[in-house]
Ligand binder design. Sequence first.
Ligand SMILES: NC(=O)C1=CN([C@@H]2O[C@H](COP(=O)(O)OP(=O)(O)OC[C@H]3O[C@@H](n4cnc5c(N)ncnc54)[C@H](OP(=O)(O)O)[C@@H]3O)[C@@H](O)[C@H]2O)C=CC1
Ligand SMILES: CC(C)=CCC[C@@H](C)[C@H]1CC=C2C3=C(CC[C@@]21C)[C@@]1(C)CC[C@H](O)C(C)(C)[C@@H]1CC3
Length: 427
Amino acid sequence: PPLTRQKKCSRPERAHFWLTDHRDDARAVCIPVFLPLTVLFLVCVSRSPDASVCQWPPPLPFMEELWDPLAPVLLLGWMALHALLYLMPVGKVTEGIVLRDGKRLKYPINGFHSLCISTLLLMLFLRLGAHLESLFELFLPLAASAIALSFLLSFYLYIRSFWAPPHDLAVGGNTGNPLYDFFIGRELNPRIGFFDLKYFCELRPGLIGWAVINLGMLMKEVELQGSPSLAMLLVVSFQLLYVADALWNEEAILTTMDIVHDGFGFMLAFGDLAWVPFTYSLQAAYLVKHPQTLSSLQALAIVALKVVGYTIFRRSNSQKNQFRRDPTHPSVSKLETIATATGKRLLVSGWWGLVRHPNYLGDLFMALAWSLPCGFSHLLPYFYVIYFTILLIHREDRDERQCKAKYGLAWDSYCQRVPYRIFPYIY
Ligand SMILES: NC(=O)C1=CN([C@@H]2O[C@H](COP(=O)(O)OP(=O)(O)OC[C@H]3O[C@@H](n4cnc5c(N)ncnc54)[C@H](OP(=O)(O)O)[C@@H]3O)[C@@H](O)[C@H]2O)C=CC1
Ligand SMILES: CC(C)=CCC[C@@H](C)[C@H]1CC=C2C3=C(CC[C@@]21C)[C@@]1(C)CC[C@H](O)C(C)(C)[C@@H]1CC3
């Protein structure tokens, strides 16, 4: 049923593990302060000579290091470019899932085109004499501007949500507690006309921005060392593959939890615009000041891990997407399934018969392959693997609860048939 603004959510609906009881207020204030400070702290650690996350006093930035007038200009220019690319009439337009009012929203599928066009534009700017290596110096002011932008966007989203139609209010972010709702997000699909703010932010400016920052770090390394190191080439190409893959399979995000279930609030706005580009690029930033040498054998082992991870990630995601789109397709029609009371079936063989989240397993292998080229002297390059393991374990738990509520006994049978969640024989 459509939610009203007054509706209070029961505990299971408050699906975020850090915000589940009456201490919500304190936490909803602390997290938006703590996460941006974490980004700035990690960026500073990545460029300090002793890249230890435990050094005392911590290498916190001076105010003047956080501000460079070029940073907000570049950032707003980047956002405007991607907004224009989003609106360009290239690629197909597809429909999302059926909403509570029975309608389906339309989404442009031109993210991969946007990646290609921004690459061409970047090459043009480089030819004209632009210095991408300056991104290394601008890393901190850019991160500060992106954080500021995510706060501004979240305030806008929170205020406009009071004019949203009741059927477009997200289940989790409408508790009546302003701090909590600001953090989780009240409106499910905030749009300005055809322009879908959440869908736009989820993939384009942050994800492509991450790839560009990586390239800037590679060019800075070339400036300092004369040529790119094997470690840097591995990190940058692995992560570029991840970004290109996400944009190539853009349509698949229309069925992810973020788009289908979560409101658009501070958590996603900050996650997409600041967290992803500035913490996911830490390995490349670290390598600029902490060069590593890799033997061919080590490089081969890391490439093998990435290939295995990518294969599991891509194949399992594609298998489920194909099955959900058309269960009669020859690539999935022979797989064993179980029926549920909703009419939908669950896969119990193929990738989804190995563990209940094979896509998370593959993603974690890839995450490790991005960190290993940075060696073992510091914890910082492993920040992503650690954070990501926590994120995916929490996400898996949240998804399990939703599936249990959706499929009931059929979900219990699936869990009996496939007892492990992410890691076979471990978890
Ligand atoms: N790099 C990053 O920062 C992040 C990456 N990711 C990646 O995003 C990708 C998408 O993840 P996410 O959105 O969390 O969830 P999933 O793609 O794993 O989707 C979960 C949904 O799949 C369906 N499902 C579950 N089991 C089965 C089954 N046996 N048969 C058929 N359908 C099933 C259910 O939905 P239903 O039945 O309703 O179809 C369930 O709710 C993952 O690869 C993940 O690793 C995610 C978060 C962050
Ligand atoms: C700490 C904090 C602020 C967390 C917020 C979480 C977000 C950073 C992530 C939630 C889900 C995400 C997804 C991707 C990026 C990170 C966020 C936004 C994703 C776009 C990465 C590329 C993948 O191929 C993907 C498209 C499957 C994925 C979707 C989920």
